[in-house]
Structures are given as structure tokens and as C-alpha cells.
Design a protein. Structure first.
Length: 177
């Protein structure tokens, strides 16, 4: 029993839920992303035709055939990477209509701009600040594994309100106290 005259010290640690990564696509380059997300203990969902996926996808992720079947929360990020323009357009429209904090779009900026134009949007619209296209941090990534690493790093930076700069240039503690 603690009386009003006593004081106690508590240590409180906030443990946030793991990130949920929604991967929209079924090509070979989703697998490095799924493996790396799995290594981080992230929840993963692949939105694609299940018949077009390798068995490996089912090992690392839940598979659904429609984005509307995915539960979105504040810790959900999505990457659009089907390599199919009409499918990416449809997925981008659905993603932009959601509450996703991070929407990654694979491919060059010109493709992003074409997709946005086809949706009647402009890359300078303020409501598109959660769209990251081209997706990933600029680390010179070329191979699918490197690109996945770049995208994962960008998602972490966005979810933790960081800019992804080199730690040698940081003028503050690495972790808040």
C-alpha cells in the first residue's frame, strides 16, 4: 500500500507494434523484400493473384487478392510493385484512398508522374506527402536485394520520423532519451 506521502519511480517503455508491410505485386523482386521484412519480424501481406506466386510468398506473408481485404493501421506501409501499369494505377488509387502513412511506388519518377496524371493528380499536391516514388533511400541500389534494403530503410525512417541521413552527420543523440 502506498500512502500519499510516498513517492515511487517507474520505468515506462513504450513498445510499438511491428510494422505491417503490404506488397502489391507478384514478380520475382517481391521476395527479397518479403525476406527482409520477415527478418525484422514485420507482418507482411501480399496483394496479388495467388496463382502467380511462388510457394515462398506463402511462407513469408498472408496472401490476398484484393487490397480492400487488408486491415490498415498507423503502422502499415505499402509498396506498389506489380510492374503492370494498369494494375499499379489501380493499386495506387486504392492506396491513396487509404490511411497508409507510407506508400512506396517502384520505378522512375516519370512513371510516377504518368500514374498520377492518369489519376488526375499532380506530384506537388500536398496530400501526396505519404507517396514515396521512386521508393527507397538513395544508396545506389541496383540488385533486387539492395533495392529491398533501400525500401525497408526508407520505411523505417518514415515510420520513425527520420530523414535517413548518415549517422555521422547527426548532431543529436541516435535514440531519444
Amino acid at each position: 500500500v502506498i500512502s500519499e506521502q510516498q513517492s515511487i519511480k517507474l520505468f515506462v517503455e513504450l513498445i510499438k507494434p511491428s510494422i505491417q508491410l503490404v506488397v502489391m505485386g507478384s514478380n520475382y523482386d517481391i521476395y527479397p523484400l518479403l525476406r527482409q521484412a520477415n527478418d525484422l519480424d514485420w507482418q507482411t501481406v501480399v496483394v496479388a493473384n495467388p496463382k502467380k506466386l511462388d510457394k515462398l510468398a506463402f511462407k513469408f506473408a498472408d496472401v490476398v487478392d484484393d487490397f480492400n481485404k487488408v486491415n490498415i493501421d498507423a503502422y502499415t506501409a505499402a509498396i506498389i510493385m506489380s510492374h503492370n501499369y494498369p494494375k499499379d494505377k489501380s493499386n495506387l488509387e486504392k492506396a491513396l484512398d487509404s490511411d497508409l502513412q507510407y506508400i512506396g511506388l517502384l520505378g522512375p519518377a516519370t512513371r510516377r508522374d504518368d500514374l498520377l496524371e492518369d489519376l488526375g493528380l499532380n506530384s506537388t499536391d500536398s496530400d501526396l506527402n505519404r507517396l514515396y516514388g521512386p521508393a527507397g533511400l538513395d544508396i545506389g541500389a541496383n540488385q533486387p536485394e539492395e533495392i529491398a534494403n533501400s525500401i525497408i530503410a526508407e520505411i523505417i525512417a518514415v515510420m520513425r520520423n527520420r530523414d535517413g541521413q548518415s549517422l555521422k552527420n547527426r548532431n543529436a543523440p541516435i535514440n531519444p532519451r
